[in-house]
Design a binder for this molecule. Structure first.
Ligand SMILES: Cc1ncc(COP(=O)(O)O)c(C=O)c1O
Length: 439
């Protein structure tokens, strides 16, 4: 059995607490649930071994409707999927431009593999860095209008490593409460003081910054929030970073390829960095696994900042470089993104169509102008039941529950892709409208 990490334990603990709260009306608060669990563990004494504890924790996940399952898709990534032989329309992926299954990218990947082989052989700083990866970094820097970029094997690894490379013990990190798990875990790894401000609450952020005497301050935010679809006030965050002498790390995982001129992302849409004074404060992350349709991530910014990150980011240094063939495919993906205005225009039509098609009596569509369109249901079991009914109807929309989203805000995360048709979106809206009346 693989080793259980600190983070696994934390996750299991969170689930146990959530399960206890769901299960025992007396344990309505987290503190109550924690002490109830301590008492019950003490009662159980040494009778349970570590495996029994895991079994009990898994059963608790089931009771709280928090167990996650995977579905094995029999088709390449596209809105048209085949699950256990059943054809469905999927509204789940982050493949916003429909590039993941694009034949030209598959061909580029095959061509890349023929040219570069399968693997990198070592970490980038040892011998696993290739000219095609250098070219990709240069293209990403030019595309985002930054001095330099550094490519990572995954967005999670980028965020988890970059945050601790920028701030450490004695420093202070200021993070939106709804930031992605990778930014949260990076913050915990850094050992810096963690200050989480209410979602998008700039006044709260300003108060926290004003009260901080930390030598290094780092503001961290998603650009497009992954489970809510709304966009952070990027210009205002930049102004606060300047005023309080802070770094600003923006994760544009869900805006890159989708927003801004030629899909250059949420920052470009906000005119950042543009001619902004002290643009070196702004460090941007983008993923290459979502709209770009392949895999990986990049960080872009000022030359010295990226050099520092290359020297100090442990998740960059201590891992094998990603296969160079991916960089070859990603160069083709950047071409498709830059030339993708028609895909983005179609996506915008789909977003409008969904919003105008949904009647929304019981469930609430969050205000979002991005392809992430969350429908708030509230209760975990109700969100799961709705997702299961949709699946029976041949519509695959994931139910997102805590801890991914705050308790009581379980939702369907509807995500749209330029590969959807208007008819498919109509079918989803009509089905949801009917279920609101009948379920
Ligand atoms: C906001 C955000 N950042 C980072 C990541 C991680 O990116 P990757 O899937 O490339 O690891 C995700 C993934 O869903 C995300 O939503």
């Amino acid at each position: 059995m693989s080793k259980i990490t600190y983070f696994d334990k934390r996750e299991i603990h969170r689930h146990r607490i959530a399960a206890d709260i769901a299960e025992k009306p007396a344990a309505r608060t987290v503190a109550g649930a924690v002490s109830a669990r301590r008492r019950s563990c003490a009662r159980q004494g040494g009778g349970m071994n570590r495996l029994d504890h895991l079994r009990a924790a898994l059963a608790a996940l089931d009771r709280a409707h928090l167990r996650r399952v995977r579905r094995d898709n029999e088709q390449p990534c596209s809105p048209r999927v085949l699950i256990g032989g059943k054809a469905c329309i999927a509204f789940c992926s982050n493949d916003y431009l429909g590039l993941a299954g694009e034949p030209r990218l598959a061909e580029a990947l095959a061509e890349g593999a023929r040219r570069w082989g399968a693997g990198a052989g070592a970490s980038h700083l040892v011998s696993g860095h290739y000219t095609v990866q250098r070219d990709l970094e240069q293209r990403l820097a030019a595309f985002t209008g930054r001095e330099r970029a550094l490519v990572f094997p995954a967005g999670f690894m980028a965020n988890c490593g970059i945050v601790p490379a920028l701030a450490g013990r004695g420093d202070a990190i200021f993070a939106d409460r709804l930031n992605h798990a990778s930014l949260i875990d990076g913050m915990l790894l850094s050992r810096a003081g963690a200050h989480r401000y209410p979602h998008l609450d700039l006044a709260a952020l300003e108060r926290l910054l004003a009260a901080s005497e930390a030598p290094t301050k780092l503001i961290v935010s998603d650009a497009v929030f992954s489970m809510d679809g709304d966009v952070a006030p990027l210009r205002e965050l930049m102004a606060l970073a300047r005023r309080f002498d802070a770094w600003l790390l923006i994760d544009d995982a869900h805006g890159f390829g989708v927003l801004g001129p030629r899909g250059r992302g949420a920052l470009a849409e906000a005119g950042l960095p543009g001619n902004e004074a002290e643009s070196w404060r702004l460090i941007q992350v983008g993923t290459l696994s979502k709209a770009a349709g392949v895999a990986g991530a990049f960080v872009a910014g000022a030359e010295e900042v990226i050099e520092w990150l290359m020297q100090k980011t442990r998740t960059y240094i201590f891992t094998t470089g990603s296969p160079p063939a991916l960089a070859h495919a990603l160069l083709a993906s950047l071409d498709l993104i830059a030339a993708g205005d028609a895909r983005r225009a179609h996506l915008a039509r789909l977003i409008d169509r969904l919003a105008s098609g949904l009647a929304q009596k019981r469930w609430r569509l969050l205000p979002s102008r991005t392809p992430i369109q969350p429908l708030i249901v509230g209760d975990n079991a109700a969100a799961l039941a709705l997702a299961a009914t949709l699946m029976d109807e041949g519509l695959w929309v994931p139910a997102i529950r805590p801890p991914t989203v705050p308790a009581g805000s379980a939702r369907l995360r509807i995500s749209l892709s330029a590969a959807h048709t208007l008819d498919e979106v109509d079918r989803l809206a009509e089905t949801l409208n009917r279920l609101e009346d009948t379920l």
